[in-house]
Design a protein around this ligand. Sequence first.
Ligand code: UDP
Length: 240
Amino acid sequence: MSELRFQRVLLKLSGEALAGKQKFGIDPESVSAFCREIAEVSRMGVQVALVIGGGNIFRGMAASAKGMDRAQGDYMGMLATVMNALAVQDGLEKEGIQTRVMSAISMQEVSEPYIRRRAIRHLEKGRVVICAAGTGNPYFTTDTAAALRAAELHTQAILKATKVDGVYDKDPMVHEDAVKYPSLSYIEVLSKRLQVMDSTAISLAMDNNLPIAVFNLFESGNIKKVVSGENIGTLVEGGD
Ligand code: UDP
């Protein structure tokens, strides 16, 4: 077995990743593609916990901007993450990987309740743990749920898969001269207001010394590269 940099990771997948070209809802082909990548690292012996977003289906903040009660919208957003979690569970099982969906909102017919010690046990047994329904609380995001689960499940890193191949000084989709940072401190991310994860998530990662590896989700083989210690994308860790 090749050397692993991380033996236990928390992979944060935004809902958008599952939408594919249609940019909305769940595209089974995109789900299969990501599940193949996740299955590969799981087979390498990496313990994988996943936090899945819901932005491809519903975002509370967007709904509240149009007049809906924010908390109500956020609960709908959390339910959206459960649908995504079930889609990913299906995809991973097709790859022959054992999985458990653990939801922060009880939904016993389709998932286990999220119980930290049980989640750790599943990871130790090599099952991919799919954390659904975010933190279970409105006014949070799945990025914050990712930092929270990473801390409590004692993962060695947060793997933040994004649309671009790292963190830039400005939006590389808009500015051609945007420059990529190979590494950053948490404080730099916060003070420069860089779009890595929201500030609650960054603060939680900082307080718990959890490195955040930011990399392009659409390049195949990237998850494997990150867990093997290849320097791709941007690594957020440490002091200034
Ligand atoms: N959400 C929430 N609490 C949480 C996690 C998520 O209320 O702990 C809601 C919130 O409305 C959010 C939506 O679920 O907009 C979908 O999650 P997110 O926007 O983080 O998904 P992503 O952008 O990663 O697809």
